[in-house]
Design a protein around this ligand. Sequence first.
Ligand code: SF4
Length: 774
Amino acid sequence: MAERDAITDPWGARTPYGPGDSWPVRVDSHLADGVRAEDVDRWVPSAAVLHSNGDGLEIAVKDGRIVGVRGQADDRVNHGRLDPKDLYGWQAGASPDRLTTPLVCEGGRLVEATWDEAMRRVVTRSRELLDEQGPSALGFYTSGQLFAEEYYTLAAIAHGALGTNHVDGNTRLCTATAAAALKTSFGCDGQPASYTDVDHADVIALFGHNVAETQSVLWTRMLDRLAGPKPPALVCVDPRTTAVARAATVHLAPLPGTNVALMNGLLHEIIRNDQVDHAYVEKHTVGYDDLVQQVADATPERVADICGVPPEQIREAARLLGGAERLLSTVLQGFYQSHQATAAAVQVNNLNLVRGMLGKPGAGVLQMNGQPTAENTRECGADGDLTGFRNWANDDHVAELARLWNLDPMQIPHYAPPTHLMQMLRYAENGTIRFLWVSATNPAVSLPELARVRSILEQDRLFLVVQDAFRTETTEFADVVFPAAIWGEKIGTFTNVDRTVHLSEKAVEPPGAAKSDLDIFLDYARRMDFRDRDGEPFPAWHDAESAFEAWKKASAGRPCDYSGLTYDKLRAKNGIQWPCTAEQPDGTERLYVDGKFFADPDYCESYGRDLITGAPTEPDEYRSMNPDGKAMIRPAEYLSPHEMPDEERPFALITGRTLYHFHTRTKTARAPELQRAEPEVWVEMSERDAKECDLEDGDLARITTARGAVQAKVRLREIRDGVLFLPFHYGYWDTEATSERAANELTPTDWDPASKQPIFKTAAAAIARVEEDR
Ligand code: SF4
């Protein structure tokens, strides 16, 4: 078993392998100082929760405490490997500043309260608002870090019992575009590819996906392929020269906000060189001719003018993509957090569709997730969509869900698309939403334009409930705070990017009076006395396993079918990919193997949206465009970003993540190794830009946009000229500073029209040295 310093050596030693071979096992582990493997009382199965990769691991327990982790050698996702956050992040659970009792707001201060008192306040306010204004006065904003059982319960309470349309997850910030792109192209969410495609691909193309930092164990898989015989070619699209870019065969560094133009240029070349799989396109897709027309003028020279990428690099990348025999494409925030997010991500789907690169080993698309359980937020319906990838615009789907829940279909809101988070904020701002229940997320740091977000959350008329393991910037605005149990302190399932379901067992008791999110939601439901049509308590389930059994029924027959799974089956073999049914008891490695999609008009999750305006496609329009449920090739024209650099603010600001932290660092800052690795916010810029601004490495600089300012130390890095990068993890809970630290002080209230994902990649910014610094 390998113990390494994962801060200085995040990816560990190479275990090279060749195409079609099995990725060798390498078991990583980290135990608390002085604890040896033989001292451990129990090893408890689970998977990683500080990123979306789903690394299978075991939690080491000694004397009722978590004392470390080790990778699971036979896990299909990681073959034993763990990344820095996996290895060190578990320490946060034992922090002395965990929330251990409910808090309520008294005279402007949070004070300790009993569960009865805290719940009484929440139930009383819910009832008052239901009487006064109806269900649309209540909104729920959840996470990408709960378990499937918890999301399903929340969806059933919000959509079913209460009947509000205002439900979303912080997955809106990261994977809303993944879902929207998959729905647009394939009629339904669900990743076509599998991680095992890395083992077979001859070209891996990463679009706005810094896999080395966001899913670093997946990157070790790629590094091991690169170190082995017949390595794949890598195409990297990223304005920063990341570790991925340095390893790439071709690195394209487009100006932020120009991804659609770049993709159109690549598609133009592939079509011009006739590297299209015409038989596949003919048999399995609609819309190809529209694409041909759209990209006809997108020559490398024209595209180069927009993106700032040399035409010969575009040709070189297109040559690799067009010549690939097994092309694996992955996409993440560089594409998702832009003004044309869905349009750009869909062009990646188009690339694989025109090349016939789906459903076979090494060929597929991964529209990546950012968070560990984001897939469950979406499939269970806690992001506002209907449970089980059902279509809110299809009355039969609504009726089916109502039957399942034994509720009146009219109780499930489907008069309009689900309200996305940014719209919910607006409703809270204008007083339509008066009650907001936030679980396992920290909007006071992670949402754009923080000054505005704070002004919304601090309103007296908004009753704010926050459920978390720690006090955060958001709890400070709350009327009621519920202390939540976290990973290792509760049981449940979650699903990673490539549809792998893990069971995470309870290893230790939660501290004090903290409870699992599931127990908190169910407690609320009982106290609200929700009933189904027969007068029976709703939801009908009472613990994690009964919630899972209920979720299985809700998913049966849908694309994300869990009906073939049980807790016991996952105990025997953890890590099984959905759909898992009686017919496919071992799960499903790849979707769309037979060229059949979930896009039939009667079955699809969505009729799609216009990629430019975001307007929902009408059912009839969809039916006439795609009567046979084929994959849809949807072109898009390039539009320039809404906020362009100018004389006053000459830089394009992008925000993003670092390897050592997750979200707003509520957990990772409490793991000493991770916090020491990156304790403070910084700003990256190119050497040339720094020189022009009279800045040097290490200078304290002030970055400003039309919304606010942030102070950060300058790091000179290989990043394209004209671009600034700020990590977004840093808020205010662990600093004296009360302003100018969080990157989202700078970002705009703006979003992609189709996915409603906020834009974090294209803000016009200025930078200057803080004078007193030198
Ligand atoms: S850091 Fe933001 S974008 Fe990334 S996974 Fe978390 S919520 Fe999503």
